[in-house]
Design a protein around this ligand. Structure first.
Ligand code: HEM
Length: 512
C-alpha cells in the first residue's frame, strides 16, 4: 500500500521541480505542435507564452503594435501573435473582419482589463452588446448631433474666449490641455447633461490630460496581471484624492462627481415627477428603454456613463492637437482653409457657417480626414471572434472562436495605400475618386457592429472647433515638430511623444 509517508516523501522540492518542468515541457509542446493555431506563422516564443507580449506591453511601454508590424514583415500577412490570437495586415481582409453581418464577439482578455464589464464597449458577447447599444443609437445619431450643435458651439466660444485672453496677455497658452478640456466639456454635457467646466479652470484641469495620456499603462499591466486594475479601482476615492499626485487627484475627483451625478440622474429618471431639465441624457435613454432591470442597476449604468463620456476625451483631443499642429504650422494649408471658409461665410445667411455646410467643404473635410488617418484614436488591434463559424483568409482556415485582430493605425500608415504615409497631406483626399476608393481602408471609427457610436459627435466637434479657430487665430508653436504627434506607443489610445502637450503663443488671425 502507498502510505501517507510515501506520498509526503514524493512532495519534496526536487520532485515538484521535475513535475513542474514536465508540465511546462508538455505545455510548450502542445502550443507549438498540437494547438489548433500551431500551423500559423509567427515567432515561436509568442506561440508559447503571452509573456512575450507582456515584455513589449509593460517593460517596453506599449511597443507590441510595432513589434506586430515587424512580425508581418518577416512572416507575412497573417501572424500568430500569442498562444491564442492571430493578427492580419491585409487591407482586403478589413471589411471581412469588421462587418455588420454575422455574430461577432470581442476578446475578453483584452477588454476585461478595463474593469468595466457593464459598458457596451467592454461587452464581449455579440447579443449583450447589441441589446446595450440599441437604446443609445438614436441619442448619438447624425440628426441628433446636428440638432445639438448649439451645445458644441457654446463650448467652442468658451474656448475662444479663453484663447483671446492669451492674446491680450501675450502669455503662452497650454493649447494641448485646453483642447482636452474642450473635448471633455462637450462629452459630459452632451452625454449626461453636466458640464464640469474644465474650460473655466486656470490650468484647464491639465492633470486630467496628463493622467489620461498615461492611463494605458494600467490597462496593459492588468491584461497580464489581472488583479492590478480591480485593486486600483477598489481603493477608497477620498483616500486617493488625499494622497495621490495631481493627475490621479483630478481623475478620482471626476469619478466622484460622475458617481454623484449618475445617482442623481437615476433618481430623476425613476421619479414620478421627472425634472424636464434632465431628460436628455444616456441615463434616461437606458432607464426608459426595454432593457431588463439587471441592465438598469447603478453599477451597469455607471460603467456606461464613464466609458461613453471617456471615449470622447483624449480620442478627439489627440486628433485635434495633431491637426492644429499641422494646420497652424503650414502657411499653405492655413491659407487654403481660410479661403474656403471665407467663401462659405459669404454664402451663409449668418456669421456662423452651419454644420451641414462645413461638412460639404472639400478642403476642410480633407484636412480632418488626414488628421483622423494619422490619429485614429486607438493604437491597439481590436480583435473580433466569430463564435460560430470558421473564417477564411487566403489558404488559411481560422478556427471558430479564435480572436483575430487588425490594427487601423497600421492600415492607415501602409505606404501602398498612402504614399509617404507619415506626411500630413490633405491633398490626398481632394480627388473624389481616390476618396471613394479609400472608403474600404479608411476606418478611424472602425466598421461593423462595433463602429464608434460617437462618430457623428466627433466629426461635428472637429468641424466646428477647427473652422472657428482657423478663422480667428494664428498660433506659433515652440519646440515641437510633427513627430511629436505621431503614434509611438500603444496606450490603448494613441500614445505620442507630446503626451498631450502643445504650447503656443497666439495672435488674432491675419486674414489677407
Ligand atoms: C476622433 C474621435 C474618435 C475616434 C477616432 C473614435 C474611434 C473609435 C473606435 C475605433 C471604436 C471601436 C473600438 C473597438 O473596436 O473596440 C470606438 C468605439 C466607441 N466610441 Fe469612439 N471614437 C471617437 C470619439 C468618440 C466620442 C466623441 C464618443 C462619445 C460618444 C465615442 C464613444 C465610443 C463608444 C461608446 C464606443 C463603443 C461602441 C460599441 O462598442 O458599440 N467615441 N470609437
Amino acid at each position: 500500500m502507498f502510505s501517507d509517508t510515501h506520498f509526503k516523501d514524493l512532495l519534496v522540492w526536487p520532485n515538484l521541480l521535475v513535475i513542474f518542468v514536465l508540465w511546462l515541457a508538455s505545455l510548450v509542446f502542445y502550443r507549438v505542435f498540437l494547438h489548433p493555431l500551431a500551423n500559423f506563422p509567427g515567432p515561436k516564443l509568442a506561440a508559447v507564452t503571452r509573456y512575450y507580449e507582456a515584455y513589449f506591453d509593460v517593460i517596453q511601454n506599449g511597443q507590441y503594435t510595432f513589434k506586430i508590424a515587424e512580425m508581418h514583415k518577416k512572416y507575412g500577412p497573417i501572424v500568430r501573435i500569442s498562444p491564442y490570437e492571430l493578427h492580419v495586415i491585409d487591407p482586403a481582409f478589413f471589411e471581412k473582419l469588421y462587418r455588420q453581418e454575422g455574430r461577432w464577439n470581442k476578446y475578453a482578455w483584452s477588454l476585461d482589463a478595463f474593469s468595466g464589464k457593464g459598458a457596451m464597449i467592454c461587452s464581449t458577447d455579440h447579443d449583450i452588446h447589441k441589446t446595450r447599444r440599441q437604446p443609445l443609437n438614436s441619442f448619438l445619431s447624425k440628426a441628433k448631433v446636428a440638432s445639438q450643435q448649439v451645445l458644441i458651439r457654446q463650448n467652442v466660444e468658451k474656448l475662444c474666449d479663453r484663447i483671446t485672453l492669451f492674446i491680450d496677455s501675450g502669455d503662452t497658452i497650454i493649447l494641448g490641455a485646453a483642447t482636452s478640456a474642450f473635448a471633455r466639456d462637450v462629452a459630459t454635457e452632451y452625454i449626461i447633461g453636466r458640464n464640469y467646466n474644465s474650460l473655466d479652470l486656470e490650468d484647464f484641469n491639465v492633470g486630467m490630460t496628463v493622467l489620461l495620456q498615461g492611463s494605458g499603462r494600467i490597462w496593459r499591466i492588468t491584461k497580464h496581471i489581472t488583479w492590478f486594475g480591480p485593486t486600483m479601482k477598489s481603493m477608497p476615492v477620498d483616500w486617493v484624492i488625499k494622497v495621490a499626485d495631481a493627475g490621479m487627484k483630478a481623475f478620482f475627483a471626476y469619478l466622484k462627481e460622475t458617481t454623484k451625478d449618475t445617482k442623481e440622474l437615476l433618481a430623476q429618471a425613476t421619479s414620478s415627477t421627472p425634472d424636464q431639465k434632465h431628460q436628455r441624457t444616456i441615463v434616461n435613454e437606458i432607464m426608459n428603454s426595454n432593457l431588463p432591470p439587471v441592465e438598469k442597476s447603478f453599477d451597469r449604468v455607471f460603467d456606461e456613463v464613464v466609458t461613453v463620456t471617456g471615449a470622447g476625451f483624449e480620442t478627439i483631443a489627440n486628433a485635434l492637437r495633431l491637426i492644429f499642429y499641422h494646420v497652424f504650422s503650414n502657411d499653405e494649408i492655413l491659407r487654403t482653409l481660410r479661403v474656403e471658409l471665407r467663401s462659405a461665410t459669404k454664402r451663409s445667411s449668418s456669421d456662423e457657417i452651419d454644420l451641414k455646410t462645413l461638412e460639404q467643404l472639400p478642403y476642410l473635410t480633407s484636412v480632418i480626414m488626414e488628421g483622423l488617418r494619422l490619429s485614429p484614436a486607438i493604437a491597439t488591434r481590436s480583435a473580433r471572434i466569430a463564435p460560430d463559424r470558421e473564417l477564411i483568409y487566403g489558404r488559411w482556415r481560422i478556427p471558430a472562436g479564435t480572436p483575430v485582430g487588425m490594427t487601423t493605425l497600421l492600415m492607415h500608415t501602409d505606404e501602398k495605400l498612402y504614399p509617404d504615409p507619415m506626411c500630413f497631406n490633405p491633398e490626398r483626399w481632394m480627388d473624389f475618386d481616390d476618396r471613394k476608393k479609400a472608403e474600404k481602408t479608411f476606418a478611424p471609427f472602425t466598421k461593423g457592429t462595433r463602429i464608434c457610436i460617437g462618430m457623428h459627435l466627433a466629426w461635428a466637434e472637429i468641424y466646428l472647433v477647427l473652422s472657428t479657430l482657423v478663422q480667428r487665430f494664428d498660433f506659433d508653436f515652440k519646440d515641437v515638430s510633427g513627430k511629436d504627434f505621431e503614434c509611438n506607443s500603444d496606450q490603448f489610445i494613441i500614445g505620442t511623444p507630446s503626451n498631450g502637450v502643445l504650447n503656443a503663443t497666439v495672435t488674432s488671425a491675419e486674414i489677407s
